[in-house]
Design a protein around this ligand. Structure first.
Ligand code: 5RP
Length: 236
């Protein structure tokens, strides 16, 4: 039985499939989180099971770890790996400098740690993720539960002086309950509309006590593989 993919799933799948060309036996690979990264894990699983590819994966979320195990990919911790050859992950936005907003799936803390401990980060995306200026997608900021309303007020104060258009700081929810990350923290989504200076904003947000990590990835991504609904792939 052949399953017809939607144009969006085709775009994600072809980007993920293309990314596997960068993977070699013996590599330690950071495995991203989200629907595009899930295609990657499935493509890698097929290569492991059917083509003898030997890799060790460091998953960036409990979801990805579960999928990787199902796919027969050997899982190790980042501390066991120490350093990775490559991380492949999705994104919520990328700009012409390959700066990113990530964390739509709530995993940007582990994703940033893992990508930063890799020789190379490849992002896989459908074409809708490309933006001229970052910020239309709400910027996720992971915060400690302790004193979170104080942290929220400090974030709001910081945004007053920042080069952004919107200022709403909204706690992420899952149904009626606060969304909790794999690390047991909460997320504020910052509705900024436009981020004029992502590098500076990333730095000032992380200086606020209680902020664990923001979703801006500056100078971390090396390559973006863009999939299209008609099966075409561009590499940037
Ligand atoms: C998870 C992420 C994802 O990579 C991002 O949200 C993109 O997800 P998708 O591939 O489902 O569009 O940053 O924290």
């Amino acid at each position: 039985m052949t399953i017809e993919l939607s144009p969006m799933d085709t775009a994600k799948f072809v980007a993920a499939k293309q990314a596997t060309a960068y993977v070699e036996s013996g590599m330690k690979i950071g495995l991203g989180t989200g629907s595009t990264a899930a295609w990657l894990v499935q493509c890698l699983g097929e290569l492991v099971r059917d083509h003898g590819l030997q890799i060790k994966g460091v998953p960036t979320s409990n979801r990805t770890a579960a999928l990787a195990r199902e796919e027969g990919i050997e899982i190790i911790t980042l501390d066991e790996a120490k350093w990775l050859d490559l991380t492949i992950d999705g994104t919520d936005e990328y700009d012409a400098d390959l700066n990113l907003i990530k964390g739509g799936g709530g995993a940007h803390l582990r994703e940033k740690i893992v990508a930063s401990a890799s020789d190379r980060m490849i992002v896989i995306a459908d074409a809708s993720k490309k933006v001229a200026t970052l910020g239309a997608f709400p910027l996720p900021v992971e915060v400690l539960p302790f004193g979170m309303q104080t942290t929220r007020a400090l974030i709001a104060d910081t945004l007053i002086g920042a080069d952004v258009l919107g200022h709403d700081v909204i706690q992420r929810m899952q149904g009626d309950a606060p969304y909790v990350t794999d690390e047991g923290n909460f997320i504020f989504d910052l509705h900024l509309k436009r981020i004029g200076n992502p590098r500076q904003l990333a730095m000032v947000l992380n200086q606020i006590p209680g902020v664990v990590e923001n979703g801006l990835f500056i100078d971390i991504c090396d390559v973006v593989i863009v999939g299209h609904g008609n099966g075409r792939v561009d590499v940037r």
